[in-house]
Write a protein that binds this ligand. Structure first.
Ligand SMILES: [Fe+2]
Length: 567
């Protein structure tokens, strides 16, 4: 028996994967335990949790693998910044001051918490970590081309690999500072959102745009040889802002960080939507070109896509529209947090294990973190359990209630899939608006997503088989059918798309709740969003759920098969 631990840390939210004999058995983010949103410290709490939960002896650990080559990554960014000295002095100073909290000290950080030898601490090239993060979730062993697009990893911003029965062959890459991901993040910054967090808001805004700025953006950002015109951006030399005065000259003053100022329909909102639209269009056009070229040179029709840019479900849907594509697979956590899974695969392969595919997207902690849930709280009143709990929950939803679900293991990816979710009736506009704006405090321009019973998916949504697999974790967009648009328009965005989750029969108890709601209402769909309050991490255990429910005025909680009223 051999364990392999994969770690992503110091930059995005720190995460850890645990593999046993080639099988992914646990994945968790440090923020679930520390309760610090986006916690990027060395994930000591998660590692301790895993060691205790699985009673792992240190001698049973084959490898602890990091998700990038830290020295390469540090030198790449710093040496490029040095070319722009003195403009880049703050960036260089910042990198040097934070050196102790970087991957360069990964080995010494590991050894503070695990007594293992140096040769068990290994480093996986960053984009290879992304490629490998798809392996546990791939539905089959079909040969495919694996495309990675992110901000920057080690030295590259885009990488292309051929994957054939576990053999991985590097084909091509685009090197930093040319980065489609960083261009998108720069516009995210310009629009007043936080980088590495607000990109999905830009994607949502883009759907409102008409395209009037598309040509302007394209001519400003693209050089004649199709590379990026870096003079409009400063992410490679500044920590304060990612775009230059040249960009401002064309698109106007940057947006206020207070995004609530973006009132739908206001002139600033319209300006933001057009800039977002042109950025999305630029991304889509360039990524589709990459896929076209891959298909021309390799003849391949099967793809996987990972890296932070793969979280752009609008882009994934656009790629899938190309005729030559048979399938495009996006794993449940394609970003840097999920790269911890790839690092774990890297260690497992080095130990000689075959990676088990078709893994569940629910690999996180259970509501009490260890197994049996024994809910005893002065803040909860027990109502029902078992069948009675589900039918009563369905009734409450039908009556307009918004419920918190905390069931089974947490989701691997950033999207709630019914295990740590807030749900409501998609027919009830008042409940949907309340959930979106009052409870979650989301921007009014962002849609909420539907979860649908697999059996009825095609009655309500137009689903392409090319992306069907990734819809189990909301990896792409679908279009609503007329029936859907007529009966539950609230599940759709302004461009008549929905980021729908297909809920399979084996996804209990979420499937069971949806079934009960369908029997009552004739609608096999619930609105589903992540169970967290404001800027908090998603709730992990029952205590987090109670605290968040009180703060958000959620009246009912379904914990495993037990329904409680929150006092
Ligand atoms: Fe990455």
């Amino acid at each position: 028996m051999g364990y392999s631990i994969g770690v992503s840390a110091y930059f995005h939210e720190s995460s850890v994967s645990l593999f046993q004999d080639g099988e992914l058995i646990e994945f968790s983010r440090e923020e679930y335990f520390s309760r610090i949103k986006g916690d990027n410290n060395f994930p000591r709490l998660t590692i301790r949790y895993l060691i205790e939960k699985y009673d792992i002896l240190e001698k049973e650990i084959d490898y602890v693998a990091f998700y990038e080559k830290p020295l390469l990554s540090f030198l790449n960014v710093t040496l490029y910044a040095l070319q722009h000295f003195p403009d880049s002095r703050k960036l260089i100073y910042n990198n040097l001051m934070k050196i102790r909290q970087s991957g360069l000290f990964f080995s010494s950080d590991v050894k503070k918490y695990l007594k293992i030898s140096n040769n068990k601490i290994i480093y996986c090239p960053h984009h290879l970590s992304h490629v490998l993060s798809t392996f546990p979730f791939l539905p089959d062993q079909e040969p495919h081309v694996s495309v990675v697009i992110d901000g920057v990893g080690d030295t590259s911003s885009t990488s292309i690999y051929k994957v054939d029965k576990g053999n991985i062959k590097f084909l091509d890459s685009v090197e930093y500072p040319f980065s489609l991901g960083l261009i998108y993040s720069s516009v995210t910054d310009y629009l007043g959102f936080n980088i590495n967090d607000g990109e999905y808001k830009v994607m949502a805004l883009a759907s409102y745009g008409t395209g009037v700025l598309n040509k302007k953006f394209q001519s400003l950002v693209s050089k004649k040889d199709s590379t990026i015109n870096l003079k409009n951006f400063s992410y490679y030399k500044s920590i304060e802002k990612s775009y230059t005065d040249d960009f401002i000259k064309v698109f106007g003053k940057p947006f206020d960080k207070l995004t609530s100022c973006l009132t739908v329909g206001s002139s600033e909102f319209i300006r933001a939507t057009e800039i977002a639209h042109s950025t999305q269009e630029y991304l889509e056009e360039n990524v589709v070109n990459i896929f076209d070229k891959i298909h021309e040179t390799t003849g391949c029709s099967n793809f996987s896509l990972s890296g932070g840019v793969a979280l752009n479900s609008k882009l994934v849907t656009k790629i899938a529209q190309k005729e030559y594509i048979d399938a495009i697979f996006v794993p449940p956590n394609p970003g840097d947090s999920g790269a911890a899974i790839g690092a774990g695969v890297f260690g497992s392969l080095k130990s000689g294990f075959k990676i088990q595919n078709n893994s569940s997207p629910y690999q996180g902690p259970t509501p009490d973190r260890k197994g049996q849930v024994d809910v005893k709280s002065e803040f909860l009143t027990f109502i029902f359990e078992g069948e009675d709990a589900y039918s009563k929950t369905a009734k409450l939803i039908d009556q307009g209630e918004i419920l918190g679900l905390i069931n089974g293991r947490m989701e691997v990816g950033p999207r709630a899939l019914g295990h740590r979710s807030l749900v409501c009736d998609p027919r009830n506009k008042i409940a949907v608006d309340k959930l979106s704006q009052k409870i979650k405090n989301r921007e009014t321009f962002r849609p909420l997503a539907p979860a649908c019973l697999e059996t009825f998916t095609d009655d309500w949504f137009i689903v392409s088989d090319k992306i069907r697999q990734s819809l189990h974790w909301m990896g792409a967009l679908v279009q609503p059918t007329k029936k859907c648009l007529n009966e539950i328009p609230s599940v759709c965005h302004v461009d008549q798309t929905a980021r729908m989750q297909i809920v399979r029969e084996n996804n209990e108890p979420f499937h069971h709740l949806l079934t009960q709601f369908f029997r009552l209402s004739g609608i096999p769909i619930l609105i589903n969003t992540s169970f967290n309050c404001g800027g908090d991490p998603i709730v992990c255990d029952v205590q987090d759920a109670i605290t968040s429910s009180i703060r958000m005025n959620i009246n009912y909680l379904l914990v495993e098969s037990k329904l409680f009223k929150v006092k």
